[in-house]
Write a protein that binds this ligand. Structure first.
Ligand SMILES: C[S@@+](CC[C@H](N)C(=O)[O-])C[C@H]1O[C@@H](n2cnc3c(N)ncnc32)[C@H](O)[C@@H]1O
Length: 448
């Protein structure tokens, strides 16, 4: 269903290809199309729209991708849309704004929390009435923080004690929807209240030594972090509450008729627990192999909000594409069902066994994931899955192509691949030559 206020943010080229392919004779399909989700002048429209920016979750999907797909759908009737790697809920929000019922799954509890809040459409006054109480209680709860090796490294004591006091005060909010709104908002200022460089996704501590050689912006960040006192943290939080309340008010004013349901942590992309044949449309972006650091990027937020180092490590291990591979694990690298993939894994293994293990683990997970997609999708349903083409141990890995081969084995039809160039991605760091970098994004379109 089209929302007139959303239609004004036009997606030019990609949408016209999507339109024509949705209606085209099936024989003309299975092609690669270069598309632009940006306007011809590079513009991307308003990104801070509705609740999209309530949190800067790492590696969010570009909102134009679900917009273009949803606006090109041949029918306006409400669909059941699944995003099994939903992250901060970009697809869910765009889907519910157009009247669809959306379902989100993510292995990371922070992602699920952000997605729930992002898709909550309730009158903003419901939130506003708690803020004074939260700040008042927090001021009374100020305590000297207990020694904590990791937190003491990342936060100045003045900042940490205020963050912890606000957190304790939020815990007293009885209404769970409001409580979650404030938790997400607090988490959105944790990075800026720490001693970590705000411009790098996985936390890196700002250093005086580096500041001597770094650019002016770096020195501004360092000075701001070193000067931040308790009062500054209150101000950051109060301002974030104000902005996020405005965002929720905008979402509410759009009167979304669709809904979003975020499944519990028991669900994951390859075991969704959803009914067979219950999903019309899947739009999703799995993590890239070896180039993703979700748990690490949200480490400070999760630590401050009470998760232990061990719990965060466990989330990281469960995250697809993670880099936590021990040397001993590389002694047994499982084969995949794809001969060409196995040959590539062998070549990577000769250069770097850890990267070879990661790729085999990744492809075997995709195999289980695509089986689950086939199971939950309705006959005739569509799936759009985004991948990056990256390099592992210096060798090119076209994950989209491996995924298409697996999808065909599982009986799904490949309709097309849409390729868009990525100007930059914040989460991906080029640490050494065996790590991955992404140049373009490939959206694989499948049909059941
Ligand atoms: C590229 S991000 C998705 C970003 C999202 N589209 C957004 O706009 O915020 C990939 C997500 O997959 C999640 N993830 C990783 N492994 C998973 C798994 N096995 N099952 C479900 N989610 C997983 C990560 O926690 C991360 O949030």
């Amino acid at each position: 269903m089209r929302n007139p206020q959303i239609r004004t943010r036009r997606v030019v080229e990609a949408s016209s290809i999507l339109h024509s392919l949705f209606t085209k004779d099936e024989n003309h399909t299975s092609r690669v199309h270069r598309v632009a989700f940006r306007d011809s002048d590079g513009a991307i429209g308003r990104r801070d729209f509705a609740t999209h920016w309530i949190h800067r979750y790492p590696a969010k999907m570009f909102h134009r991708i679900p917009e273009a797909i949803l606006d090109a759908l041949p029918s306006d009737s409400p669909l059941t849309i699944l995003d099994p790697f939903c992250g901060s809920g970009t697809v869910l929000l765009e889907g519910m704004l157009r009247g669809h019922n959306t379902i989100g799954i993510d292995i990371n509890p922070m992602a699920r929390l952000i997605s729930r809040v992002k898709t909550t459409s309730i009158p903003p006054d419901t939130f506003r009435r708690h803020i004074n109480g939260i700040l008042k209680r927090a001021r009374k709860k100020i305590r000297v923080p207990q020694a904590h090796e990791t937190l003491d490294f990342w936060f100045r004591p003045e900042a940490r004690k205020v963050l912890e006091a606000i957190l304790a005060s939020i815990a007293k909010v009885k209404d769970p929807t409001c409580r979650e709104f404030y938790l997400v908002t607090l988490s959105s200022v944790i990075r800026r209240s720490s001693l970590a460089d705000p411009t790098v996704s996985p936390p890196v501590k700002l250093s005086r030594t580096r500041a001597k050689y770094a650019n002016k912006k770096y020195r501004v960040h360092l000075n701001r972090a070193l000067r931040l006192n308790g009062h500054g943290v209150y101000e950051l939080f109060a301002e974030a509450v104000r902005r996020n309340t405005e965002r929720l008010a905008e979402l509410h004013s759009l009167k979304p008729t669709g809904k979003a349901r975020i499944l519990s942590g028991l669900a994951e992309a390859s075991t969704t627990g959803l009914k067979t044949g219950s999903v019309d449309l899947v739009i999703t972006s799995p993590p890239y192999c070896g180039a993703q650091k979700y748990a690490r990027s949200l480490r400070l937020e999760m630590l401050l909000m009470g998760l232990s180092v061990e719990e965060i490590a466990a989330i990281d291990r469960k995250t697809l594409g993670n880099e936590r591979v021990g040397k001993r694990q590389t002694e047994v690298i499982a084969a995949t069902r794809l001969e060409s993939t196995n040959r590539l894994i062998e070549r990577i293994k000769r250069r770097n066994p850890i990267r070879a293990y990661m790729l085999s683990d990744y492809i075997n997970y995709l195999d289980r994931f695509v089986a689950e997609l086939r199971r939950v999708m309705k006959r005739g349903g569509n799936a759009f899955v985004t991948f990056g083409t990256n390099r592992l141990a210096g060798l090119r890995v076209d994950c989209a192509q491996h995924f298409i081969s697996l999808a065909r084995i599982h009986g799904l039809k490949h309709i097309a691949t849409l390729v868009d160039t990525i100007p930059s991605r914040g989460l991906i760091t080029i640490r050494h030559e065996t790590a991955g970098t992404i140049n373009d994004e490939r959206i694989v379109w499948l049909r059941r």
